[in-house]
Design a binder for this molecule. Sequence first.
Ligand code: DC
Length: 668
Amino acid sequence: MYDIEYLDIPPLTQAGGTVRLPGSKSISNRVLLLAALSHGQTTVHDLLASDDTAVMLTALEQLGCTVVQNGNTAVISGLGGSQLAQQKATLFMGNAGTAMRPLTAALALLGGEFELSGVPRMHERPIGDLVDALRQLGCVIDYLGNEGFPPLRLRPGVLKLDQPIRVRGDVSSQFLTALLMALPLVADQAIRIEVVGELISRPYIEITLNLLKRFGIQVEREGWQRFTIPAGSQYQSPGEIHIEADASSASYFIALGAIAASAEGQNGIKIMGVGANSIQGDIRFIEAARLMGAQIDSAPNSLQISRGAWPLKAIDLDCNHIPDAAMTLAVMALYADGTSVLRNIASWRVKETDRIAAMACELQKLGATVEEGADYLKITPPAQADAWKPAVIHTYDDHRIAMCFSLAAFNPAELPVRILDPKCVAKTFPDYFEALFSVTEAQIDQIPVICVDGPTASGKGTLAALTAHHLGYHYLDSGALYRLTAFAASRAGLSLDDGEAVAQIARDLPVRFKGDRIFLAAKEAEEDVSEAIRTEAAGMAASRVSAHPQVRNALLDLQRSFRQLPGLVADGRDMGTVVFPDAPLKIYLTASALHRAERRYKQLISKGNTTTIAAIQQALEARDQRDMSRKAAPLKPAEDAKLLDNSDLTIEESLDQVIDWWQGTRPF
Ligand code: DC
């Protein structure tokens, strides 16, 4: 997950390959609650791991439910209907509507003293229609903040179930879903629900009914206005249940296949885990994407998407049936041949944020012309390539905004897109950007590299790793490759002066980086050599092998292969001069020999070594001398390098300086 302030997505050109999507949020949270309310044990496979499901799981555990998790599988021991193990609890619902609404209904009916609250945005999302419906039944519910909104306090009441229950259906279908899932708990007699107003987002009600059936409840329905829970309904676990991949998450990759030219040797994008026969309403996004030109084939549990019409075709569509996935259409509209209109989307205004206002604002930043209505959006793409603008996209703590705007990186102006707070995707798809980068391509010179070169013990490794972490970029410690080469050559009994033989080792270096550990593969097993290559002697050996031009050449491709989306920070001696001469930012980091010796001294002393600062300074200067005077790629600042003497800077101050310089290269 990209736990950073912002993520710059370089301009993307092509896409191809296979993605496996995480489980559906809507199905996951419904299944978790139903399993908890059932008799018997339920094994849930392919469960989504996300903020919203974590909220539900924690709440169920607080209510006394046993949950055993193993990877994406969870075994839930049901509470068996009406008896709750815990009659009193304070539950935190985050920003998960799929937890807040159904739990409110279930707990209000089961009786007990409960408080349900969430993040500030949750306290702005309406729940009054559900509370009104539950109060008709005799449930006692108090608003602890604003009337009509969470947080709520529930207290035991005397239930009256003989009258039909009326609930509004035109603000959020989750109110009806909540009642449908809660009422079977008290259905000694048949219970009727009547929907007031036009029911929106019907496909979500279909998911609810479908899953209720899997858990033993056959709801009778007359149109979309009247629902009856039969007398004597009782939840029964189905034993095992598989969660489909999330159809709303699929929309980003369906759009990707429609927008991007196919990568060489690939037939567009393949999505695993969900097919056109999905029970999720958002799967009908496929039809909308086809209208815009996407070429989509479906198998039972997968989809294959490639570009059809290009540019995409503008559409005018009622999107009420695909409220979440339709946001993706708004970004596809940027690539259309005219003005697109998305209609009947008023529910967007009460989601994670006011999505109509948010989408309008962010689309305009990219250069689109947008008209925002009470319940529609009208989007006209930038007139030509140079009308696109480099944009910093606000994401409003809304996962879908972050995900759909990543697709703006295919803009014909070849501008990068900055996504603020990218970790908000964790609500439903924590590894979204990793998945995106695994199937997209950029021109190599558009993938940014920041080079940090400098003498030994200048702190370039720490600074480069920190910069990479700050930007969400990959990190290359090129010195480690020379150290590894020297280490492997010594192991093989070679003379470090035999340039050709050592280069042979460097060419096939079986190295693997995992986190901050470095592994060298031997015949059968891998060896963690992180410590062994860090000694002063290993540094000196590296310096010796690095003087051979053949060795330097042999490591070139390996070093360049680290230049991957979304970017790279590389440290060494010749990152800016030889390996990445086109890098947009090159830093030459130095500190006085005394400062460097003192830093190295502290490191060595903490590892229990005994030495003196003077001895270290002498060794450092000898190594610098060797690195600077060698013929092949000697240590020196690149002509266009920024010089940074960090003798008197803290590491945070150095990082600020680097980020400042980096920002200066960005178009935002
Ligand atoms: O950065 P370091 O101390 O781990 O590097 C060890 C040696 O490897 C260094 O003394 C010279 C060599 N080296 C190099 O020649 N070019 C690089 N890009 C990185 C390291």
